[in-house]
Design a protein around this ligand. Structure first.
Ligand code: 13P
Ligand code: SF4
Length: 300
């Protein structure tokens, strides 16, 4: 409770806004001004009037907020909160891939470093990837990095063939078809929602393949009363809070992103108290990465 009060006081003093991803700890989501998926958070970051943004999530998300707000202070409470998938391709590796594929369009999942975004024509999130990728014609050569699973999912939906970088999310890789079948047997009739970062067989075993924001919408709008949730367990807090009359079962309680759990009420309060850790992006990289992010945000 002390930390919650301190956060409220410091937030007002610093003219700060707190943005949190759907996977963060429930108590962090509860003190945030806005909780959402990567796309919703990026859009929200373009609307901030406060002087300071405290980003509760992982580094690439805070970096995206900074790129969209070069004149604001963006803080991340725990700077070691990275995304292992984002680190599976470097700017140099992408430059090499582009050199081998002249004329190809480079597309990155927003789960990527600013340096990688700076090399890309456009970004996508799991919430808008199908719409964004539909902009490309059937004859265009596409290099999709770093997530082979999201890229494979969209290529399948649109009937295209992309060059996929072999990156993946270690947290979603732990979701198995056997676990989905076990959950279906335990809760017959409950629709299964999985994140498109899951492997192909897991996506095929599910009923819905959705971003975390898409899962929140589906749960709200569906007439089903019970749902099986195949993604990071942090989303359950929001699903249960927004739909108290419905029941949500995780495919497994062990689907945890350790980096998303690094933000706590204590380090969030500390972050506002001492104004750390400030996210910075070199100007040239920020300018080029902004181009890719803004191209994505222009797709309504
Ligand atoms: P969403 O954009 O669906 O919230 O996903 C972000 C993420 O990191 C999933 O692992
Ligand atoms: Fe990265 Fe996976 Fe964690 Fe999302 S859940 S932040 S993709 S490691």
């Amino acid at each position: 409770m002390e930390a919650v009060d301190e956060i409220a006081r410091l937030k007002a003093e610093r003219r700060a806004v707190i943005l949190a991803h759907n996977y963060t700890r429930g108590e962090v989501q509860d003190v945030a001004d806005f909780t959402g998926d990567s796309l919703e958070l990026a859009r929200r970051a373009t609307e901030v009037e406060a002087d300071v943004i405290v980003f509760c999530g992982v580094w690439f998300m805070a970096e995206t907020a900074k790129i969209l707000n070069p004149d604001k202070i963006v803080l991340i409470p725990e700077p070691s909160a990275g995304c292992p998938m984002a680190d599976m391709i470097t700017g140099a590796q992408l430059r090499e891939l582009k050199a081998k594929n002249p004329g190809a369009k480079a597309v990155c999942y927003v789960n990527s470093t600013a340096e990688v975004k700076a090399e890309c024509d456009i970004c996508v999130t799991s919430g808008n990837a199908e719409k964004v990728m539909a902009l490309f014609g059937p004859d265009e050569k596409i290099l999709f990095v770093p997530d082979q699973h999201l890229g494979g999912h969209i290529a399948g939906l649109l009937g295209r063939d992309y060059t996929l970088w072999p990156g993946y999310c270690p947290t979603h890789a732990a979701i198995t078809v056997a676990a989905i079948e076990a959950a279906r047997n335990a809760h017959p009739g409950a629709p299964v929602m999985v994140h498109p970062e899951c492997a192909k067989d897991v996506r095929a075993a599910a009923d819905e393949r959705l971003s975390t924001g898409g899962m929140c919408r589906f749960a709200r709008e569906s007439s089903a009363q019970e749902f099986i949730v195949g993604t990071e367990v942090g989303i359950l807090h929001r699903l249960r809070k927004e739909n108290p009359e419905k029941t949500f079962y995780p495919v497994s309680e062990r689907i945890v992103c350790p980096n998303m759990k690094k933000t706590t009420l204590e380090n969030l309060a500390e972050s506002l108290r001492v104004m750390k850790t400030e996210v910075t992006v070199p100007d040239d990289i920020a300018r080029r990465a902004r181009h890719a992010i803004e191209a994505m945000l222009a797709v309504k």
